[in-house]
Design a protein around this ligand. Sequence first.
Ligand SMILES: Nc1ncnc2c1ncn2[C@@H]1O[C@H](COP(=O)(O)OP(=O)(O)O[C@H]2O[C@H](CO)[C@@H](O)[C@H](O)[C@H]2O)[C@@H](O)[C@H]1O
Length: 639
Amino acid sequence: MERLELAQVLLCANSTVIKGNLRATRQFVFNSPLKRTCRNGSLRLRSSLASGKIGDGPSSSEDDGRERKSERALILTKETDASGLPIGFHLIPHSEEETTDREEQSERMQNEESEDAEGEEKAQPRVTHNIVFVTSEASPYSKTGGLGDVCGSLPIALAARGHRVMVVSPRYQRGTSEDSIYSGTVELDQRSKIYCFGGVHEVGFFHEYRKGVDWVFVDHPSYRRPGNPYGDNYGAFGDNQYRFTLLCHTACEAPLVLPLGGFTYGEKCLFLVNDWHASLVPVLLAAKYRAHGVYKDSRCILVIHNIAHQGVEPLITYGNLGLPPEWRGALEWVFPNWARAHALDTGETVNFLKGAIVTADRILTVSKGYSWEITTSEGGYGLHELLSSRKSVLYGITNGIDVAEWDPSSDEHIACHYSADDFSGKVQCKISLQKELGLPVRPDCPLIGFIGRLDYQKGIDQIRLAIPELMEDDVQFIMLGSGNPDYEDWMRATESTYRDKFRGWVGFNIPVSHIITAGCDILLMPSAFEPCGLNQLYAMRYGTIPVVHETGGLRDTVQTFNPYAGGGKGDGTGWTFSPLTKASMLGALRCAMVTYREHKSSWVGLMRRGMTRDSTWDSAAAKYEQVFEWAFIDPPYVS
Ligand SMILES: Nc1ncnc2c1ncn2[C@@H]1O[C@H](COP(=O)(O)OP(=O)(O)O[C@H]2O[C@H](CO)[C@@H](O)[C@H](O)[C@H]2O)[C@@H](O)[C@H]1O
């Protein structure tokens, strides 16, 4: 009863508050028995009331000491009874700060889009959002590759710019000491029931507020098993569709039900969904929530880190996804004849990534080059025509890197610190790496490195082809990677063939990746395709010269050395090669090795330019904000 009265008070104060609550409550009608609806509905109402309003509650509370970021708040403080239940609120007038000068904002962001703006100090945005990242991995909690890096660092950069940012990801429990990475998280007093796969699945939430970001981890038995987020020694997990369907449903609930720091994120939030694992979110927003009046003011941006993985399963699984039957077309995907397994294969599937491409408000990729490549038949992995049809809302923004984690002047993993002003520590790193791996300690011998997933994408086949010829040169080569067992076996065999020149470290080891990045002279990336690539960015920051296949983000970020530019001083940060053949790759490597041996001042110039280029997230984050702005100018793409 008390709660109802409270609702009435808030109704008088601001009608949108209650409207939001009712919407959130009504959402439970979908897919659930009425009894449960009422019970969960009142729970929802309570947590919504705790937040004061759905949609744009204050970014912080006094409870956890966070700074108040906006004057938008309706509630200054909340009163609670002895049990902790909210019984009253002090309201403050609604401020007008949301009315921003869009023209001025847009003009500023347009300017930032210009390449010339790189490196300049960026102003903080005047419009801030409640942003919800949905991702299968986020470093340092979970990482198998670049997705983890981006979702571990971009949220922090956006939070530093004034946004309220939540990251929703599974709470993987492998049963090893690595689980201690979650030791800073606390279990929230909230459980949600998810309706999919023919039943009700209860999920819990863990939370950690770190570096200005609400890290939210979904707890469910299917995330508790040995292996990495997607599979183990026996291959990919067979229930990945189920695990990531759960993630998507839960991520849609999180902004409505979790009173983080005392306040929910609410309905007026911006979802940033990453790759296929999170791709059901925009479909759910359109089909499940908006159809019932919830999330009408939200927007959703799909970020494609790798289009080769799309979340494809047989069409018959559609019925498991917790979506209305009439939305099947959004996910349905029929493979062309040539891609079918056998004569009886009809090629009919559900394709999660396709679902997001046709329902998201905006589509982002991680470099400009890749945003074009995925609209071509060579790079679109079958989705190029769909992506071309949405070209007007498709953008490419080159990833930034975490410059605090990847900093040779303070990196805790490397033998000796150095910087663009004093390179002397780099040779110590090289010597230490050679010693550590039992290679002949030869500071003058060019040392080439490779770090990455052992996957077709990374061009391992080219390295395999080139190694016998390359090993004839005076050179050392170190590879770190894990993945395809064939490639792993090849690395071990190659190490025993070339004991004095080649080392293959099979495994996933983050400290070793730092040590190799610092200790090598050259980093080789012969990727068949590369949406952005982070290792070349890390390499340049460490004065290690990238030699890369001219594709995607590699072409966008590495500029081939030109000794004649700049009045003979030289320009460029590495070497790019094309086409992707053994001959062109060896040609580029030999150019790099000759420059290393015979043109020391050119080499130093290359190192210095790489180390001082701007790879921070700040310039990329400003470009993301431009896209946010555009997404909110238009109505939701599917309403
Ligand atoms: N064995 C190992 N041990 C330790 N660390 C290892 C490792 N193997 C890989 N890593 C690390 O994993 C990350 C790989 O990032 P990349 O961007 O190069 O590739 P990935 O293909 O995973 O990412 C996808 O998403 C990112 C992010 O958008 C895009 O840059 C990229 O092009 C796209 O393919 C780096 O931090 C690297 O150091």
